[in-house]
Design a protein around this ligand. Structure first.
Ligand code: SAM
Length: 298
């Protein structure tokens, strides 16, 4: 039987032109990643050799291209994403880590190093894929990290990702916010909770609203439900000199500051992302006996 051979360059031109016509903003980059994934070749191989593919082997590529044209996120199609220089497995049922969340990790690592705690106990609430917990555990090898999430599928990805990145100083517990760590306290609590408002949920990109888990996004009517719950319970789970590092949604800084004040927490600083949006808030537990501002030196 006669078979037709197609070159990867020719397939790249065809896929990127379909993506361009359909308005995908990164048509070339996506086409390259999808071809490499479909034929299990590295970027180097893709650019070095024009490989020949049997037409009968195109089914995997066709299926991925079709799914992408239905707005399924690229990361779900390839099954992986990069975060803080590490590789994470992702798919339906777990939020894809976002680049701005790296600011939270960087600040948490910097804070623990600055405080000089020899074996810090760290809690990551709403861990999802485990990206924050794994990146912190890898960068603070002396830390003991606990990560929790209510979602059973997310927990599966998080456990895989800790293994994939050989993060041994990390355990996962499943349940509602602090419920799985009742009675335990930490030097540092970090979280990127669901924070999308009811109105914004209606206007998300199709890639997000159609595919990513709603429970990872929905922060209640005003987007602040999780901040209220986390900030209220945090003081009883923070040790002396304990800190909290939270990711914020667009325009939530003022409201979260107010909630923090009512909960015995002081805002130490707020970090902006590249778009100038207040993205990460660092808070400290007020020390009642001395009211000493513990992080002033940092
Ligand atoms: C915005 S995602 C963050 C995931 C991950 N930390 C990241 O930064 O990519 C929020 C996560 O909160 C989890 N979640 C939602 N409700 C929760 C609850 N009541 N208790 C614990 N986790 C919850 C979701 O399953 C989801 O994984």
């Amino acid at each position: 039987m006669k078979t037709t051979l197609l070159s990867t360059t020719c397939l790249f031109n065809e896929v990127s032109s379909i993506f361009r016509e359909k308005g995908l903003s990164e048509a070339e980059r996506e086409a390259e990643l999808i071809i490499c994934h479909a034929f299990n070749i590295s970027r180097t191989e893709f650019y070095r050799d024009d490989l020949w593919v049997d037409e009968s082997d195109l089914w995997a590529l066709n299926s991925i291209v079709r799914r992408r044209l239905c707005h399924e996120p690229l990361q779900y199609l390839t099954g992986y994403t990069e975060f803080y220089g590490l590789r994470f497995r992702v798919g339906r049922g777990v939020l894809i880590p976002r680049p701005e969340t790296e600011i939270l990790v960087e600040e948490a690592v910097r804070l623990v190093n600055a405080l000089g705690i020899p074996s810090p106990a760290i809690l990551d609430l709403c861990t999802g894929s485990g990206c924050i917990a794994t990146a912190i555990a890898k960068n603070l090898p002396s830390a003991k990290v606990v990560a929790s999430d209510i979602s059973v599928p997310a927990m599966g990805y998080a456990i895989d990702n800790a293994g994939l990145n050989s993060a041994g100083n990390l355990v996962f517990v499943q349940g509602d916010l602090f419920e799985p760590v009742r009675g335990k306290s930490f030097h540092l609590i970090v979280s990127n909770p669901p924070y999308v408002t009811g109105d914004d949920l209606m206007s998300l990109q199709k890639e997000v609203s159609g595919y990513e888990p709603p429970e990872a996004l929905d922060g209640g009517r005003d987007g602040l439900d999780f901040y209220r719950r986390i900030l209220k319970a945090a003081p009883q789970h923070l040790r002396d000199r304990g800190c909290l590092v939270l990711e914020l949604g667009l325009g939530q800084g003022i409201a979260v500051r107010e909630i923090a004040g009512e909960c015995g927490l002081r805002v130490v600083k707020v970090l902006n992302d590249l778009s100038g949006i207040e993205r990460v808030m660092v808070l400290e537990k007020l020390n009642k006996s001395s009211d000493k501002r513990l992080l002033e030196a940092i």
